[in-house]
Design a protein around this ligand. Structure first.
Ligand SMILES: Cc1ncc(COP(=O)(O)O)c(C=O)c1O
Length: 470
């Protein structure tokens, strides 16, 4: 073999070509010089010992030592007695004009961004505890490629959880663990596309606007047509869905995203009837239903029509988006097809992370965290209502039954984008409903998230923009 490649620390390869006729020592010197000059090896980085490098390259140790001492004398390397040889600081010649650093955005008084939970409240201690539990109790076999549907332990625990908390008709055999809702919806719609579905409807407002369209784009990439169906005060307009010709629909019945409307009982039934009549399928995005503030908990639609509904849940709202775990509860007739899509996609989600989530659920720590977060969001919600009533009494707030965002209705004729821009100048993050609309127009509204804004920041934030809201 003429050419040898040697891994030398992260992301560095040294090449010795034994057929080139060039002495190995000069090849090694040049290789190291080039790596330092180009910045592949950075100032302060440790080099392997001459013994290690000689072994990896299949050369004599003396050759590497000679090479190191040459580069030491040239100032590329430094070495002190008793410590490793390192790249000299300043040996890397940076490009003459480093690109200008962008100005960091000014710190906001309050950021009413929606969609992200309170990251500061992530239960780090519980996660560490559950990680120890999961690692300690996982069998060696659990570390192999597993069932693409996901860990049987997690699927069992989640099925019980969904039956208990969401009145779902759930069996572990129908569950597939995914990388959040983002992957779950794609897997489901791929499976439906394989079964002949050609057109999928999304709610409008919903995941359709310029800044929220990843899901719709991902579905478009599957090769199915996407259409948008309006949402009104009762939820998705089922008559419009019927007219759209879609064979599947993605909905947020428990707390419409982003209007916050709860799908009215008669619409729930109408939607199920639509699916039954048209051999259609409902993909239920059950993203933030853990956080309800009214006294009428709404079960999942799936409980009404287990053969027609795919329910997708996620840990992104209850814990944090970084967990990247979601779950699909599929109709029994389609569970294997979704599992196959998951297998093709990535062979299954991280079993270790799934076991951590299962330990959190089984130990009751997940429920305890939810109770704590419900109280935190409940206080923020109450503060938001009170503070808006004080500083901007003309503003109506809706969509507050669940989750951690609401909709503020601006006066008719207000310029939503101008309000958002002026608020930014006052260091308050406001976000317009138009970000979520597929169709142009619609009344001026703001989607006010309170996941990322602490209780104490709500009053100064709203006070700073009150003049813009009336
Ligand atoms: C409507 C809706 N559903 C689901 C999610 C969660 O997606 P994922 O589980 O991929 O993080 C989000 C995240 O913002 C969302 O807004």
């Amino acid at each position: 073999m003429a050419i040898q490649w040697s891994g030398l620390g992260p992301e560095l390869l040294l090449r010795l070509d034994r057929d080139s006729g060039q002495p190995l020592r000069s090849q090694l010197e040049e290789g190291l010089r080039e790596a330092i000059r180009s910045g592949r090896l950075q100032g302060g980085e440790r080099l392997p010992s001459s013994r290690e490098l000689a072994r990896e390259l299949g050369t004599s140790r003396g050759l590497v030592q000679e090479c190191y001492s040459q580069l030491l004398s040239e100032g590329y390397l430094t070495s002190q007695i008793g410590s490793a040889t390192r790249v000299a600081m300043g040996a890397y010649r940076a490009p003459a004009e480093p690109p200008p650093r962008p100005e960091p955005p000014p710190r906001l008084i309050a950021d009413f961004r929606s969609g992200v939970p309170d990251l500061a409240s992530f239960p780090r201690g519980d996660w560490v505890w559950a990680t120890r539990e999961a690692c300690g109790s996982a069998a060696n076999l659990d570390l192999d490629y597993g069932d693409p549907r996901g860990s049987a332990v997690l699927r069992g625990v989640l099925a019980a959880y969904l039956r208990r908390v969401r009145a779902a008709s759930a069996d572990p055999g129908q569950m597939i663990i995914s990388t959040g809702f983002a992957q779950g919806v794609v897997l489901v719609l791929r499976a439906l596309a394989q079964a002949g579905v050609r057109c999928v409807a999304f709610e409008d407002p919903g995941p359709s606007g310029a800044e929220t369209s990843e899901t719709v784009q991902a579905v478009g990439a599957i090769g199915v047509r996407t259409v948008h169906v309006p949402v009104d005060d009762l939820g998705i307009d089922v008559a419009a869905l019927e007219r759209s010709g879609a064979q599947a629909v993605v909905v947020t019945p428990a707390h419409q995203s982003p209007t916050g409307v709860v799908l009215a009982a008669r619409r729930r039934h109408a939607l199920v009837e639509w699916a039954n009549r048209n051999d259609g399928f409902i993909v239920e995005d059950d993203y933030d239903s853990e956080f309800r503030y009214d006294r009428e908990p709404v079960g999942v639609l799936q409980g009404l029509a287990p053969g027609r509904v795919f329910t997708i849940g996620t840990a992104s709202k209850a814990l944090a988006p970084a967990v990247r775990l979601g779950w699909i509860l599929a109709p029994p007739s389609h569970a294997a097809a979704v599992a196959e899509e998951k297998r093709i996609s990535d062979r299954g989600s991280s079993t270790l992370d799934q076991l951590v989530l299962a330990a959190l659920l089984e130990s009751g720590r997940y429920d305890r965290h939810l109770r704590r977060m419900r109280a935190i969001y409940g206080r923020r919600r109450a503060t938001l209502i009170a503070i808006l009533a004080r500083h901007a009494p003309g503003i109506r707030l809706t969509g507050l039954a669940a989750g951690f965002h609401a909709v503020a209705h601006l006066p008719a004729g207000a310029d939503e984008q101008a309000v958002v821009a002026a608020a930014r100048e006052r260091r308050v993050g406001l976000y317009g409903m138009s970000n979520f609309r597929a169709a142009q127009g619609g009344p001026p509204q703001l989607v006010l998230g309170f996941g990322q804004v602490g209780e104490r920041a709500i009053e100064p934030g709203i006070a700073a923009v009150a003049g813009l809201l009336s």
